[in-house]
Ligand binder design. Structure first.
Ligand SMILES: C[S@@+](CC[C@H](N)C(=O)[O-])C[C@H]1O[C@@H](n2cnc3c(N)ncnc32)[C@H](O)[C@@H]1O
Ligand code: SF4
Length: 417
């Protein structure tokens, strides 16, 4: 499996050199001239820990959470003050963990961010279903949040049981959402669970749109090696049939496919913290992507707070891209939106996409993975499945390895991927 990702990486980067992440960092981050810059804030606290979840999270305590948010505000100031004036950015997303456990401090965080950054495309926050209640939604709305994403996973008891999640009260959620005024209400689902059928998923998607969502994200279940999940992954053939059936169903209903995993019932409904050219991440485990570097903060809440108390950035690892590596990274995440615009590529790198990857594009067209329409490359149904399939390998070969190490060591010396 990792042979496939290694060979693909060598082919596309035209080099045998792996991505090397080293225990070093820039205290001054060169983001001033980065266009299309997004912001991300990680809040790692959860009431209880789900055994399938790979993210950086820790059990909630009010005391630790407050200490963490104080450090987070200092990290934002340390980075934000490096730019002269307020830097224009696209969006701000809060992820976790369960960010709403710090709802009482959202306004302070957003106000601090706005001292240094101008946000032009709204503010999103990930919610656990337990937090989708009027009092919490009101606090978030008052703080400036414009989009929410609720981690439903499944409305059905048999899958909630498999995932160890509590059931969601559908009618109460519907009533709550009918009184909430967010421009995007997204719901997350996990698919490819044991014995899950198209009808199970169709019911989840229909329910989501009926009770107030205007956007859904349907993620394939990934069995990370370092989690204690006992759920087994669905075989490839069944998974492909399921993904194709959901995609066709959503397309026939008139929903827009806004990325590989997301569909929206209203064009303006968007929720994506991934498909951006550059981003700055704050908080433990948060990543930052700039012109020629990618860095990742420590996963340890304790070490994160300590570094910030020493007025140092909490970066654990940095990789400095070669030009081809940056191109591959750019194309991988842009393709996540199911489209690649050669003009955007040329504006970013100063060279035509065709001159760098003309042969690969031709092969992808011949294999029926992409089509050329109105000046952009669009992924076909087949292409989207193979992207998903490759992403699964990528996640297991790269993310699984890196996160597995970072969960054990706050500042590893070096990781090669
Ligand atoms: C940070 S988590 C969830 C936010 C919130 N804490 C919750 O539990 O509802 C973001 C999303 O990642 C997805 N996810 C988590 N673990 C996954 C796994 N092993 N495979 C696929 N998707 C996963 C879930 O859909 C989840 O809602
Ligand atoms: S799925 Fe959500 S609630 Fe569960 S451990 Fe992960 S972040 Fe926490």
């Amino acid at each position: 499996m990792s042979i496939l990702t290694t060979l693909t990486r060598m082919w596309l980067t035209r080099s045998a050199k792996p991505f090397i992440f080293k225990n070093e960092y820039d205290q001054h981050l060169p983001f001033s001239d980065c266009e299309h810059l997004g912001l991300y804030v990680h809040i790692p606290f959860c009431r209880s820990i789900c055994n399938f979840c790979p993210y950086c999270k820790i059990r909630y305590s009010k005391e630790l959470c407050d200490r963490y948010i104080d450090a987070l505000l200092r990290e934002i100031r340390l980075v934000g003050s490096q730019h002269n004036g307020r830097k224009v950015t696209t969006s701000l997303y809060f992820g976790g963990g369960t960010p709403a456990l710090a709802a009482d401090r959202f306004k302070e965080i957003i106000d601090t961010i706005q001292e240094y950054f101008i946000i032009t495309e709204g503010i999103g926050a990930e919610l656990h279903p337990d937090d989708a209640v009027p009092s919490v939604l009101q606090v978030l709305r008052n703080a400036g949040v414009t989009k929410i994403s609720i981690g439903i996973q499944s409305f059905q008891k048999k899958f909630q049981r498999i995932l160890g999640r509590n059931s969601v009260n559908i009618s109460t959620l519907k009533e709550t959402l009918s009184e909430a005024s967010f421009e995007t209400i997204s719901m997350d689902f996990i698919f490819a669970l044991p014995d899950q059928t198209f009808d199970d998923l169709k019911e989840d998607i229909d329910t989501a749109f009926q009770i107030g969502a205007n956007h859904v994200a349907i993620y394939p279940f990934i069995d990370f090696t370092f989690t204690s999940s006992t759920v087994s992954a669905m075989p490839k053939k069944e998974k492909k049939a399921l993904l194709d059936a959901i995609t066709l169903y959503c397309t026939e209903k008139g929903y827009t496919r806004s990325s590989i995993w997301t569909f929206s019932s209203e064009r303006e409904a968007k929720y994506s913290s991934m498909t951006r050219e550059h981003f700055l991440g704050f908080g433990c485990s948060a990543t930052t992507l700039l012109k020629d570097q990618f860095k990742i903060n420590t996963f340890s809440v304790e070490e994160y707070c300590k570094r910030i108390e020493e007025k140092k950035l909490p970066t654990s690892l940095t990789t400095r891209f070669s030009l081809r590596q940056r191109m591959v990274y750019y194309l991988f995440w842009t393709a996540y939106s199911t489209q690649v615009n050669p003009e955007d590529f040329e504006n970013f790198f100063g060279v035509p996409l065709k001159s760098m990857y003309g042969m690969e594009l031709k092969i992808a067209e011949l294999l029926g993975f992409i089509t050329w329409e109105n000046g952009v490359y669009s992924m076909t149904l087949k292409g989207a499945f193979y992207y998903h399939y490759y992403e699964n390998f990528y996640t297991l070969a790269y993310i699984d390895k890196m996160w597995g190490i970072m969960k054990k060591e706050a500042f590893p010396q070096r990781i090669e991927l």
